[in-house]
Design a protein around this ligand. Structure first.
Ligand code: PXL
Length: 271
């Protein structure tokens, strides 16, 4: 009898995560960073590509969104055939893509959604346009389980200034009003240590304190942190513990960062 080598691979304990994000050819950010992180942490990542960027370690040179219909189809086939324990959102590029992502997610209300509101690249370039930002707030935010903005992103999404710890907390509270938990990272605020704040819709606030790592600038920190979080949440780990583990992974990847190009360093960690 011929042994079936295709259908027997168990993924017991290995969580499936659908990544909906853009491509970064340096593989430092975007869906490549997401896949590397999820794989390193023992998950299985699937990808629905939203856009192709052309960038090196210094700057974003070009951004080309895919058609919203193509994005919707990638999501639909993965979820119908394979299912997912969590969905991780990164760069969404346009209002049309935001809308079809919201429509697809509405078919799977029980899957947790962890979202990095990617608005601009670390190397410049608009990664979600103005109408996309409004659609994100109106259509997607209410469906998100945990949102992970940095200071500038929170500032744009709320219209509030995020220049100090009190403002960071106020902006996070405002974002939770649509029902999601928020991890508002503090790396853009001056000083050492960095304080990231986890705020949930009930109003509870948990600070996470880390030493600031210096270097030539790190590419893909938001993608890596959010993907690591999505693995913890796929396992059903409570948010504070998932944040602690994801930050530990992020710091390992920052400490192991590689200097491969002329610009920012690329995060690297095997686990
Ligand atoms: O780090 C945010 C980000 C997300 N996704 C893509 C990117 C970037 C930053 O450059 O290129 C595709």
């Amino acid at each position: 009898m011929v042994k079936d080598t295709h259908s027997t691979t168990a993924i017991k304990g290995r969580k499936k995560i659908l990544i909906i994000a853009g491509s970064d050819p340096t593989a430092g950010a975007g869906l490549q960073a997401d896949l590397k992180t999820i794989t390193a942490l023992g998950g299985y990542g699937m990808t629905a590509v939203t856009a192709v960027t052309v960038q090196d370690t210094r700057q974003v040179k070009k951004v080309t969104p895919l058609s919203a219909d193509l994005v919707a189809q990638q999501i639909a086939v993965c979820l119908a055939d394979m299912g997912a324990d969590a969905i991780k959102l990164g760069m969404l590029a346009t209002a049309e893509i935001v809308q079809v992502v919201a429509e697809q997610l509405a078919n799977y209300p029980d899957i947790p959604v962890i979202a990095d509101p990617v608005l601009a690249g670390t190397g410049g370039g608009t990664l979600l346009d103005g109408p996309g930002r409004r659609a994100f707030m109106d259509l997607l935010l209410p469906r998100i389980t945990l949102l992970t903005p940095n200071g500038p992103e929170a500032q744009i999404l709320t219209g509030l200034s995020v220049g100090n710890r009190q403002e960071q907390e106020a902006a996070a509270h405002k974002l939770t009003q649509s029902g999601c938990s928020v991890l508002l990272t503090g790396g853009h605020l001056p000083g050492d240590p960095i304080i990231d704040l986890l705020v949930d819709p009930s109003g509870s606030v948990a600070p996470f304190v880390s030493r600031r790592l210096t270097g030539r600038g790190f590419h893909g920190t938001g993608c890596t942190l959010t993907s690591a979080l999505s693995v913890g949440i796929a396992h059903g780990i409570p948010h504070p513990k998932a944040v602690e583990s994801a930050l530990a992974y992020l710091h390992r990847a920052m400490k192991g960062a590689l200097t491969l190009g002329a610009g920012q360093q690329l995060l690297y960690s095997r686990a």
